[in-house]
Design a protein around this ligand. Structure first.
Ligand SMILES: Nc1nc2c(ncn2[C@@H]2O[C@H](COP(=O)(O)OP(=O)(O)OP(=O)(O)O)[C@@H](O)[C@H]2O)c(=O)[nH]1
Ligand SMILES: [Mg+2]
Length: 361
């Protein structure tokens, strides 16, 4: 799963990328400002940590999200094929928004995240519209030569997409059936990707409260409620300092700002939710591990995330919710209490399930 970090120039994209992925980018990394940086962040999960405390495994493996940091967005950048290519391949976007005051760092006018959202959204829409129009022209020619139901379906759908874009609405707001989504998947439209707006706010002594209030202060509540959209706030400056500290220091530091957790934890979790992903766990003495599957996955599909053989030879899944397992203290005790149960091929895996796959392979 890949998430692209986008935004206007100098809003803090690369700073956020570095703290998310703990990447050490040397100055050479910037020699080509259009080059995308790619890194991995683990998805924080205290449920997994608690399971690991119960099993004391040799290894604990967290789920991971990949982040891509691209150059500042704009009409010009979106005409570059390398820039477009690195952006098209992502599954979701984080749009970093300038909300901090700092006269030494230039910005297009005063701090106004809602205006920036509209401008960047417009750029994404224009890029998609160009692509739709090009394909429609081609389809028109092809349909003159030969009518096929397949081409006609595509044509009708792209006409709807065009209408949506012409109303300056992103494709993530266009209602589509699963078949239609499949039909246009190949275009990798930018405005169709789920988006998380991340306000990069300034430092303050009341940071905890400021982070909570940021979305409403900058009037993002409405845009965050739209389909496949969300909003969160971080303070890049404080997160950068946190990233340099050990756990104990970091905990003290967070407390001094009135914070329970790093804003980063919230941001990673939100981007995971936005993608419609859930975690299930496998737990044992060798390894405790979090696995990622889309919401609504059935047990064999979850088994397949571990290993394709497990999907093919799936028989049943011993299933228990993570907190029930912790409450019971062991699988044997949970079986005795009846909280550990056997589920079949039609079982829809729930976020937080601990699974033990029984297979015939
Ligand atoms: N005051 C303040 N400065 C910040 C913050 N985040 C980033 N900056 C500064 O803003 C400048 C740009 O930061 P980057 O992270 O490189 O921004 P970017 O969006 O990647 O910039 P481009 O890739 O050039 O568009 C740097 O000088 C940062 O130190 C913040 O939260 N507060
Ligand atoms: Mg950058």
């Amino acid at each position: 799963m890949k998430t692209g970090i986008i935004g206007l120039p100098q809003v803090g994209k690369t700073s956020l990328f570095k703290i998310l992925t703990k990447a050490k980018l040397d100055e050479h990394g910037y020699s080509n400002p259009r080059e995308a940086h790619i890194g991995v962040a683990r998805v924080p999960d205290d449920r997994l940590e608690k399971l690991a405390a119960l099993y004391s495994p040799k290894k604990t493996t967290f789920a991971a999200v990949e982040y891509v940091d691209v150059a500042a967005i704009g009409q010009e950048a979106l005409k570059e094929s390398a820039f477009l290519a690195s952006l098209r391949q992502v599954d979701a976007l984080i749009h970093v928004l300038r909300a901090f005051e700092d006269d030494s760092i230039p910005h297009v006018g005063a701090v106004d995240p809602l205006r920036d959202i509209k401008n960047v959204e417009f750029d994404l829409i224009v890029s998609d519209l160009g692509q739709v129009e090009k394909r429609l022209e081609r389809l028109e020619k092809d349909l003159k030569k030969m009518r096929s139901p397949e081409l006609e379906r595509e044509n009708a759908l792209l006409l709807r997409a065009k209408e949506c874009l012409e109303q300056e609405k992103p494709l993530r707001e266009l209602e589509m059936t699963p078949e239609e989504k499949k039909l246009i998947k190949g275009f990798m439209f930018l405005s169709q990707k789920p988006i998380l707006y991340a306000l990069n706010i300034g430092e303050s002594m009341t940071l905890g409260a400021d982070l909570d209030a940021a979305a409403s202060k900058y009037k993002l509540e409405e845009v965050a409620k739209r389909p496949n959209s969300g909003a969160t706030a971080i303070c890049g400056k404080v997160e950068a300092e946190l990233a340099e500290m050990d756990d104990e220091e970091a905990a003290d530091f967070l407390q001094s700002y009135g914070l329970h957790e790093s804003g980063l934890v919230r941001l990673i979790r939100k981007s995971y939710e936005l993608l419609g992903l859930i975690s299930f766990f496998t737990a044992g003495e060798d390894e405790c591990r979090a696995w990622t599957v889309p919401v609504g996955s059935k047990a064999p599909q979850a088994a397949g995330a571990i290993h394709t053989d497990l999907e093919h030879h799936f028989i049943r899944a011993e299933t228990i919710r993570w907190d029930n397992l912790l409450a019971a203290g062991s699988e044997a005790a949970a079986r005795g209490k009846g909280t550990l149960r056997l589920e079949g091929k039609e079982y829809i895996v729930q976020d937080g399930d601990v699974l033990h796959i029984r297979h015939s392979g």
